[in-house]
Every structure is written in C-alpha cells, then in structure tokens.
Design a protein around this ligand. Structure first.
Ligand code: ASP
Length: 439
C-alpha cells in the first residue's frame, strides 16, 4: 500500500508486555516504517501516567528542591520496562543524565517531554530502529507555532537511509533552542507531522479503543461504531470533546490528503475507524455521523434595535474580546440580537464584568445578559445537508425530553447543528439525540 507512519499512545507503551505487542504490530507490516510514541500511560486504573509524574518532578524543581524523590518513580518505571523486555543497554546512565538536565533546565516543557524521549529510546532499541530526537527535527516559530518547512526538511534529512525509525512525540525546539511541548495529548500531532513530512500513504494512530463511536459510551450503552468519517466531521467531533485524537492533529495530514486510521493495540484485528479527505469520503448512508458535547461555556447575549443596520456593530463587540485576548467559540446572531459564546475558564472572575462594561461602552446595547454553565452539544454529519427535516426531528426530541435549548448554531456548511443547554442536561441531550437518529 505504501509508507505508513504509526503513532502509539500512552497505554500502548505502558509496560514491557504491551510494548512487545507494539513490536509485533510494527513488524507484521513492512510498510510500517516510521513510528511515533507517547510516554508510558496508565497500566491500571489508579496508576499515574509518566507525564503526570514528570510534572510533579517539575513542581519540586520549581520550588527550588531537587526532583530526586519524584524522579525515583520514573526511574523505576523505565528500568522495569527495560528489564521486562530483556534489553541490553545502559538505561541507568540515560536516566542519570535526564535527571541532571531536569534539575539544570528548570523548565516544565523540558521535564514533561522526557517521558516520550525515554520511551522512544527504548522502543528504538526493541525494534533495532534509528532513534530520531524531535528536539532536533521539530521546530516552532517565534509565535510558538510549528515551522513546517523547517521541520519537514529536518525530518527527511534525519530519515535518510533509515529503514525503520522511532520519534518521541509531544515536543520540539523553540526559537531560543529550548525544548517546547505541544498541548497535552500532543504526540498525535507529532505523528501527523511525521506523516505529512514523509507524505505517508496512511497515518495509523494506535490507541486502546477500536475507533470512534457515534457518542460517548459513558452516556449511551454500546453506541454504534463509526467506520469512516471525513476530516471535517472529525474536527467537529474532537473539538467538542470526542477525545480519541488531539483536535489539532489533523492539520498536517489533511493538508497532504493523507487518511488517518484509528486502531486498537489490544485488538489489532478490529477494523477501527478511517478518517478520509472529503473527496474520498462517501457517507455511509446515515444522516448523523456522531454526537459530542462539551461543558462550561459562557454565553453573552446582546440585543439592540436596528443592530443589523449599525455598521461595525459585531466588529466592535468582537474587538472587546480581542483586547482581552479571549477566543470566541461561536457567534449565533439574529437581526437585532447576537450572542458570543466563550469558554467559561477564559472569562473567570472580574474579567467578565470588565468585558461587559467595555461592550456597553462600545455599542450601547438595549439588553446585555450572561448565561453561565452552558454545555454545547454538536450533532455532526455530512448526511444532514441532503436530508429534509433533520433539525425538526432534533428539536422535537429535545422538546419531548423536556430539555430547554438556550442557543442554536447551525454552521453554514450544514455539517453540524450545535445546541446550548444547561451543563447538567448535557448527557440527557446527547442520549436523546442519539436514540432519535440511531435507534
Ligand atoms: N505524554 C503527553 C501527555 O500525557 C503527550 C501524549 O501522550 O500525547 O499529554
């Protein structure tokens, strides 16, 4: 089929036994040549992920203490894995160097990145593959955004002559030459970057679930599996909290039209979910592909007579939020009304009062009102645009379930319908919509 880049998540790296499964998966297909790994995740419920242990190390260092005690747990974890795998290399001195550098660098990003660094070294030893440190091949620009030209060039340079290579996920180098991480879960992004750089035919993302489900299984028992979906649908669903994949991880592969496959390390025979560019995607006959929800939004509602004819009204409102450096999630609007939806954590405390005062000053609204504790529930699917009566069904089922809809936003692409409901009604809302379209 052609070159595949495989990313293995934290649970796939949790201990030596799982790492052996990973090796089997990689060596069973000669197209699987470039591998990206996460730091070891939880081995059992209640266990602590290595990345979280590392953040604890950093807390010690930041308080002027030595991280010796906190690092001892990490040391034991990696030494245990090397022993389980029966590998013959000097992990002890690599761990010594790592501890020393954590104490010296005093950087949260550097410290957190060491989980991926160490697990990639071990995986490369296990596979007999080249280890490529992302500190030397993944670059951020002065705005903290990936410098893809420089990164792609460096990755291809480092891969010259390598049959099999392992990259640590989650980090790269900033413009000052310091290690910088992506946001949590960011090894997915590294996987997509490597896939984009080598123009892979497929980006395989190996996790501990057999792909995407039509909604959260904690809300609905045994929801339908999604066999395939488009990048756009994935973006909508993962932004709204369906967190199988990091929501930013699709951009590098989408740009190059590379399909993504979500697979389960513990059940490799399961088909998984394929994510395809729209040109290669054909909806599987269902109107709705998936439903996802996210809690804790704040809605600022503004009403003013003749708002529609007041040139620059929306711009003035948005410029206030820009001044406060707040990202706007949605802007549902009517002729004389508009709402601005933001994440509640962004406008906590006195900030919200200040924002309201500034908006009043800028546009003199007739009414300005705030609703907090709002959950957004997105119903997503390309099938919705060609099917008459979808929104009628959706709102009827919510009315029947006695759910008060506080806000509606239908993206102009007709790919989704987003409703705002009370936080505490989020699960009930998702379940009602799921049963309407899938039962
Ligand atoms: N280890 C990092 C985290 O726990 C990154 C990742 O696993 O993708 O967030």
């Amino acid at each position: 089929m052609g070159l595949k880049v495989c990313k293995f998540g934290g649970t796939s790296m949790a201990d030596g036994q799982v790492m052996k499964k990973v090796k089997k998966i990689i060596t069973s297909d000669k197209d699987r040549r470039f591998v990206v790994v996460s730091a070891p995740g939880k081995r059992y419920s209640g266990d602590i992920k290595v990345t979280d242990l590392l953040y604890k190390c950093y807390d010690e260092v930041a308080n002027g203490l030595s991280c010796k005690e906190a690092f001892a747990k990490i040391r034991a974890r990696f030494e245990g894995i090397v022993k389980e795998l029966n590998l013959d290399f000097d992990i002890a001195s690599i761990l010594d160097e790592t501890e020393e550098r954590i104490n010296k660098e005093k950087s949260a990003d550097f410290t957190a990145s060491r989980g991926e660094y160490l697990s990639a070294i071990i995986m490369s030893q296990l596979l007999g593959a080249k280890f490529i440190d992302c500190e030397n091949v993944v670059f951020f620009n002065e705005h903290g955004v990936l410098d893809s030209n420089k990164t792609y060039k460096a990755i291809n340079e480092a891969l010259k002559g390598a049959e099999l290579a392992v990259f640590p996920g989650f980090y790269g180098q900033d413009v000052n030459g310091k290690v910088k991480t992506f946001s949590r879960g960011g090894s997915d992004i590294t996987g997509a970057i490597v896939a984009g750089a080598v123009n892979a035919s497929l980006y395989e993302n190996w996790t501990d679930v057999s792909g995407f489900l039509a909604c959260d299984p904690r809300i609905v028992d045994n929801p339908k599996k999604i066999k395939s979906l488009s990048y756009k649908e994935l973006r909508e669903l993962s932004y709204m909290g369906a967190n199988v994949l990091h929501s930013e991880s699709i951009f590098p592969v989408r740009r190059a039209n590379i399909p993504i496959k979500i697979k389960n390390t513990f059940r490799p025979e399961d088909e998984g979910t394929t994510i395809l560019p729209i040109a290669r995607y054909s909806p599987n006959g269902s109107i709705v592909t998936g439903i996802a929800g996210k809690k804790n939004f704040t809605v600022i509602f503004i009403e003013k007579s003749l708002m529609n004819s007041e040139i620059g009204f929306i711009r003035k409102v948005l410029s206030v939020l820009e001044r406060f450096n707040i990202a706007v999630e949605h802007i549902p609007s009517g002729i004389d009304t508009m709402s601005v939806v933001v994440e509640s954590s962004a406008v906590e405390g006195y900030k919200l009062d200040q924002i309201l005062e500034c908006i009043k000053f800028e546009v003199e609204p007739d009414i300005i009102r705030v609703t907090e504790n709002v959950a957004l529930v997105a119903t997503v699917g390309h099938g919705m645009s060609s099917s008459v009566g979808t929104s009628a069904r959706l709102f009827k089922v919510l009315a029947d379930a006695n759910i008060n809809v506080k806000m509606i936003d239908q993206g102009s692409s007709e790919l989704n319908i987003i409703v705002g409901v009370k936080n505490e009604e989020c699960e009930k809302c998702i379940s009602a919509i799921y049963h309407e379209f899938f039962s």
